[in-house]
Design a protein around this ligand. Structure first.
Ligand code: ZN
Length: 88
């Protein structure tokens, strides 16, 4: 499991430094996503909670949790495409 999608936040698609749900995809590291602010293993525990969290984040204006990490040329549409297909 070293596919790029395994490194993507399941909510917003931001590529993380390490796999948020571990190598097996079932072992969350409880880090916070710099972009959407989800805690891996908590708000992204089910498909439903992922979609609910994403909807809330999108509706709130897609604010970055850690603003200093936001790229100057940030492209949200491109980033959303990183979300693993099962969680879109
Ligand atoms: Zn995220």
């Amino acid at each position: 499991m070293d596919k790029i999608e395994n490194f993507a936040c399941r909510v917003c698609g931001l590529i993380q430094g390490e796999e948020p749900w571990g190598e097996c995809g079932e072992d969350p590291n409880f880090n916070i996503c710099d972009c959407c602010g989800v805690e891996f293993g908590y708000e992204d525990y089910t498909k439903e909670s992922i979609k609910a969290y994403r909807k809330k984040w999108l509706e709130a204006g897609t604010n970055w949790w850690t603003l200093k990490e936001k790229p100057k040329d940030w492209d949200i549409e491109k980033q959303l495409q990183n979300i693993p297909i099962d969680y879109q």
